[in-house]
Ligand binder design. Structure first.
Ligand SMILES: [Fe+2]
Ligand SMILES: [Fe+2]
Length: 130
């Protein structure tokens, strides 16, 4: 499994946001490691719950900034956040069902989601607000 790595192209030019994004990448990598280590479904579900809380908090902050700035692509950006939260919920269900292959596959999709979201939605948002 190739883990998601921070790349300079992910930078949105706002140090606090870049820092939070790096933290989220570290959590996703921990999820991959926990899946590979074959942690119990209970532990994995707990971890997915924590991951969900951290990501939700990050999204809530971005959405608040967008509303305050009357950002023109608020709806599209929020929709992409919601799609990711749905994926994380699916991972939580898959580890609860103990379907290992499925949770690995879903976790792989998170990497893709993050690299695309950082480079597109987040980069545009923070350029507009910055
Ligand atoms: Fe975002
Ligand atoms: Fe973000």
């Amino acid at each position: 499994m190739t883990y998601l790595e921070w790349k300079p192209e992910f930078s949105v030019g706002v140090p606090a946001v870049d820092f939070e994004h790096q933290e989220l990448i570290a959590l996703i990598n921990q999820l991959h490691e926990s899946l590979q280590a074959g942690e119990s479904p209970d532990r994995l579900q707990q971890f997915v719950g924590e991951l969900n809380a951290r990501i939700s908090a990050h999204f809530a902050l971005e959405e608040k900034l967008m509303r305050e700035a009357r950002y023109d692509q608020y709806a599209e950006h929020k929709q992409d956040h919601e799609a990711l939260l749905d994926e994380i919920a699916d991972i939580g269900d898959a580890v609860g069902d103990d379907s290992e292959a499925r949770s690995d596959e879903l976790a792989g999709q998170l990497d893709e989601w993050f690299s695309v979201h950082f480079r597109t939605h987040d980069a545009r948002l923070h350029q507009k607000l910055g």
